[in-house]
Design a protein around this ligand. Structure first.
Ligand SMILES: CC(C)(COP(=O)(O)OP(=O)(O)OC[C@H]1O[C@@H](n2cnc3c(N)ncnc32)[C@H](O)[C@@H]1OP(=O)(O)O)[C@@H](O)C(=O)NCCC(=O)NCCS
Length: 189
C-alpha cells in the first residue's frame, strides 16, 4: 500500500515538471529536474521511466511512445535530447548533450570560485558547450553506456554494454568499446 502511494506521489511530483503521456509508469527511482517551462520535458504514451531527467538552461527532452528507460540512468539536456518510439535504455546509462562544465580553464576557475554553488548562475551549464542528441526508433542502449553531445544513433541499432559513443552511429549497427566502434553492420539482414 505504502509503495503504491509513494509511486502516485512520485508521478504527481514529476508531472509538475514534465508533460507525461497516457499510461506512463514511473519507478521509485524516477526524478525530474526542469528549470524551464514544463513543456521542455515531454514524455509519450506507454513509457516506463526509472531514470533521472534534467532539463537545464532551457534544454529540451522529448521521449516518444513505448520507450523504456531504466533506473540510475541520467538524461541531461541543455539544448535538446530526442528519444524516439520503442527505444530501450538500460540501467546506469548517461545521455548528455553538453559538457556540463566549460572546457576553457579560465571559465572553470570563475565557476569554481563562486561561493554558493547551489544558487549561483555560474554553476549552471550556461558556459558548457552543447550539441543536440537524437536516439532514433527501436534503438537498444546497453547498461553502463555513455552517449555524448552531438550524437545521432540510427534506427534499429544496438549500443553494447559499457560503450562510450562519441560519433554518429549508422542505422542497424552494433557499436562497442571506448570510443565506440562498429562491430556489426546491417543487423536487420
Ligand atoms: C552487443 C551485444 C548485445 C552482443 O551482440 P552480438 O550480436 O551477440 O555480438 P557478439 O557477441 O557477436 O560480439 C560482436 C563483437 O563485438 C564485441 N563486443 C560485444 N559486446 C561488447 C562490449 N560490451 N564491449 C566491447 N566489445 C564488445 C565482441 O567481442 C565481438 O568482437 P569480435 O568480432 O572481435 O569477436 C552484447 O555484447 C551487449 O552489450 N549486450 C548488452 C546487455 C545489456 O546491457 N543488458 C542490460 C539490460 S537491457
Amino acid at each position: 500500500m505504502f509503495r503504491i502511494i509513494k509511486k502516485i506521489f512520485i508521478k504527481y511530483r514529476i508531472s509538475k515538471h514534465a508533460i507525461l503521456g497516457r499510461n506512463v509508469i514511473v519507478f521509485n527511482t524516477t526524478r525530474c529536474y526542469n528549470d524551464g517551462e514544463k513543456r521542455n520535458i515531454i514524455v509519450g504514451n506507454h513509457c516506463v521511466l526509472g531514470c533521472s531527467l534534467y532539463a537545464r538552461n532551457g534544454g529540451k527532452i522529448r521521449i516518444g511512445n513505448n520507450t523504456y528507460i531504466g533506473p540510475n540512468t541520467s538524461i541531461q539536456a541543455k539544448e535538446s535530447i530526442i528519444i524516439d518510439d520503442n527505444v530501450i535504455v538500460a540501467n546506469n546509462v548517461i545521455i548528455l548533450d553538453n559538457n556540463n562544465h566549460p572546457v576553457n580553464p579560465k571559465m572553470r576557475l570563475i565557476m569554481s570560485s563562486c561561493k554558493n554553488y547551489m544558487s549561483d548562475n555560474l554553476w549552471t551549464w550556461e558556459n558548457a558547450e552543447s550539441k543536440p542528441v537524437h536516439i532514433c526508433e527501436n534503438v537498444w542502449i546497453g547498461r553502463d553506456a555513455r552517449i555524448l553531445k552531438g550524437v545521432t544513433i540510427g534506427k534499429g541499432s544496438v549500443i553494447a554494454l559499457g560503450a562510450i559513443v562519441t560519433h554518429n552511429v549508422p542505422e542497424y549497427s552494433i557499436v562497442a568499446g571506448n570510443p565506440a566502434k562498429i562491430v556489426k553492420s546491417n543487423i536487420r539482414n
